[in-house]
Design a protein around this ligand. Structure first.
Ligand code: IVH
Length: 593
């Protein structure tokens, strides 16, 4: 199940359309694209598989790849049809939508939960469906994962079909053409959002034309054809009790305001980020101040402004540390080549396992939900184990002494055994998650997936050492100079290389499966010159969708050099010398059929 990229303003929307028009190689799309506009309900997404007209499987989103089977719990929801009798209902279809609790319904049960979303998520995970039934859950359908038949050509037509099949769809869905109208509609909607009976954190825009959606496809785990246009945030006032300085996994030093707990839009907030030293100076934020705090969706709350009328004379300016508070290393600021300015964020210059705080954060990241996902090894436990010197590097989790853990306060033999099992289970991991788990700066989940696709196996990935030709990676669509520089830095550190070596020998890292039997299977391609009616990015993406592989150099491993207009003579000569087939764009299209 996918996620959506976010837009916060008109500029983000213009960029979104620009990327689309580059990908499709078309100009003047502005105000011409038709969108299905759908309220983004802040709930829990679920996938419902129907086979031969019956609901057979219901799954929660989980991490997008693997969720929990919650069929029986989902069946307790009235607005989820269990059987569908329409003749045009596909034989095999996965329908997706949002499970949520209406605001009025939540009022009746709110004492027991932090917010409506938590209540929905908790009740969907109950072991006993009778417990789920007690919570007034609703389901709104909005997309499909797969379908055997599709008679519709537009997303809006699909939404209409969903309704005829007995699903509830959002009454406020509509079709809007062009960015100007999207903005107008967003403004209108935002004014009314608080009157609705469900929590919305934005509007989802999906290109209405399904053929265009198919052409655009996906980048990592988000579609190129959709975006979420967020609403502005909720805010409230509270008093700063203290300012603490946190050191992140990548060395970033972030000041955080500890505030009197305050409820902002249904969530209790007691920490608010102050971003960096410049921000504290610019807004003149001091301990004791009453500040306005903003919270938007799942973004960390931040301090907007200070109420100077409430400031007492004795509140002192905050003194930002001059050295890394953990290891004493110099604090540095990165130079940004694009903006030609130094970043506002200050970092510990050690940026590795030599700084204790960074090392702890790296281990926390390694075991986190999106990485190894080790139940029972949360942040607090990592900190405790670090303190007790059980852990120093990620690989140490595979050599824990459970006899020592068992006797710790609050543990015992059962929980220590559970931890042992959870750790054992986590050894089995896909290459993409493994790469992500290393916590390399600028290599998040999406980039880790791209790198895993490129390297395919742990053996190939292990070739990344100091002497690797990092510039080769610039051929991966989505990996740029920033990522490459960060990888270079990471792999120039012997400790990092050693950590990877140890992990590779301890763990069972699975190769990326080329599961698809596409038309271009086992064939390698390289494009050169200007293609007609299609961008290079789309040509690459189509090749990969059909199981072909893109190479970035003419070598003897290349099967086809595809030439567009004004192709480089040098590449063609190289190909001829190596007896690589040189084909025209139309011939490549023939291969794709
Ligand atoms: S489409 C195709 N449509 O937003 C892309 N998602 O950030 C993914 N959501 O996990 C889903 N309303 O929980 C889609 N009308 C809507 C939605 C919607 C809410 C949620 C959904 C998803 C998240 C993506």
């Amino acid at each position: 199940m996918l996620s959506l990229s976010n837009a916060f303003d008109e500029e983000d929307l213009i960029n979104f359309e620009k990327k689309i028009s580059n990908f499709l190689n078309t100009k003047n799309l502005k105000n011409n694209i038709e969108y299905s506009v759908e309220p983004k309900i802040d709930g829990i997404s679920a996938s419902l598989t129907y086979k031969n007209n019956s609901l057979v499987l219901g799954v929660s989103r989980g991490d997008g790849v693997e969720g929990e089977i919650i069929t029986e719990n989902l069946k307790t929801i009235k607005s989820i049809p269990k059987k569908i009798h329409n003749k045009d209902f596909p034989k095999d279809i996965d329908i997706r939508g949002e499970v949520y609790i209406g605001k009025k319904d939540f009022e009746k049960i709110k004492d027991r939960f932090a917010n409506a979303r938590n209540a929905a998520s908790g009740s969907l995970r109950q072991k006993d469906p009778n417990e789920t039934k007690k919570i007034p859950l609703k389901f709104i359908a909005y997309t499909y994962g797969f379908t055997t038949t599709s008679s519709f050509k537009k997303q809006s037509e699909f939404l209409a079909l969903l309704e005829t099949w007995g699903f509830e769809v959002n009454k406020l869905n509509c079709v809007v053409k062009g960015i100007d109208n999207l903005i107008k509609n967003h403004k209108e909607f935002e004014k009314r959002r608080h009157d609705l009976d469900f929590d919305v954190d934005g509007l989802v825009y999906k290109i209405n034309n399904i053929d265009l959606q198919k052409r655009l496809g996906f980048v990592a785990n988000a579609p190129r054809w959709a975006i979420a246009h967020k609403f502005s945030a909720n805010s409230s006032f509270s008093k700063i009790l203290n300012i603490e300085v946190q050191i992140g996994r990548t060395g970033a030093i972030t000041p955080v305001a500890k505030v009197n707990p305050v409820n902002i839009g249904g969530v209790v907030v007691s920490n608010a980020t102050l971003h960096n030293e410049e921000e504290i100076t610019r807004k003149d934020i001091r301990i004791g101040d009453v500040v306005k705090i903003e919270r938007a969706g799942d973004v960390i709350p931040h301090v907007l402004s200070v109420d100077l009328k409430k400031r007492a004379e004795n509140y002192k300016k905050f003194a930002f540390p001059k050295k890394c508070p953990s290891c004493g290393s110099k604090i540095i600021k990165d130079y940004n080549k694009n903006t030609k300015k130094f970043d506002a964020v200050q970092r510990c210059s050690s940026e590795g396992y030599k700084c204790e705080k960074i090392a702890i954060e790296k281990i926390k990241h390694f075991v986190s939900k999106e990485a190894l996902n080790i139940e029972g090894l949360g942040k607090k436990v990592v900190e405790k184990f670090w303190e007790l010197k059980f852990l120093k590097f990620p690989q140490d989790i595979f050599n824990l002494d459970y006899k020592k853990i068992e006797i710790l306060e609050g543990w015992g033999s059962l929980s220590s055994l559970n931890l042992k099992e959870a750790i054992e289970k986590s050894k089995n991991i896909g290459l993409d998650k493994f790469i992500y788990s290393l916590g390399i700066r600028h290599i998040g989940q999406e980039n880790a997936k791209l790198l895993a696709q490129y390297f395919q196996s742990k053996t190939n990935f292990s070739k990344m050492t100091k002497n690797f030709k990092f510039d080769l990676l610039s051929n991966i669509d989505g990996i740029g100079e920033t990522q490459i520089n960060s990888l270079k830095k990471f792999f120039s550190d012997e400790i990092n290389i050693n950590v990877i070596k140890k992990l590779v020998s301890e763990m069972n890292i699975n190769d990326i499966k080329q599961s698809k039997e596409g038309k271009l299977k086992n064939k390698t391609f390289m494009f050169t010159g200007k293609l007609i009616k299609i961008s290079r990015a789309e040509a690459k993406s189509l090749t990969e969708q059909n199981s072909g592989k893109i190479l970035s150099n003419v070598t003897k491993n290349l099967d086809y050099l595809v030439i567009g207009e004004k192709a480089t003579a040098k590449k063609i000569k190289q190909a001829n010398d190596l007896r690589v087939k040189v084909i025209k764009q139309s011939e490549w299209e023939d291969l794709l059929n």
